[in-house]
Design a protein around this ligand. Structure first.
Ligand SMILES: [Zn+2]
Length: 77
């Protein structure tokens, strides 16, 4: 039997561990997705701007689909 992982489990897999920073990024990303009312980024139709390089950013990448590699995650320290 194959159980699909929850979004939180996928965030933890990506980040490597559970921590408060990851949890806060997860909550912020979910709130943003609820407010935007749109789905996860697939082809760079969304841009996320982050202002630190904390654990939270990994959750934002997984939840929103905005990544440094795609160029739609902007890091402004
Ligand atoms: Zn962490």
């Amino acid at each position: 039997m194959c159980m699909e992982k929850t979004l939180w489990e996928r965030v933890v897999d990506f980040h490597g561990h559970e921590c408060i920073g990851l949890a806060s990024g997860y909550r912020v990303a979910e709130a943003a997705m609820d407010a935007l009312g749109d789905g996860r980024d697939i082809d760079e139709e969304m841009v996320a701007v982050v202002e630190n390089d904390s654990c939270a950013v990994d959750a934002i990448q997984v939840v929103t689909g905005c990544t440094l590699g795609k160029g739609n995650l902007i890091f402004r320290d």
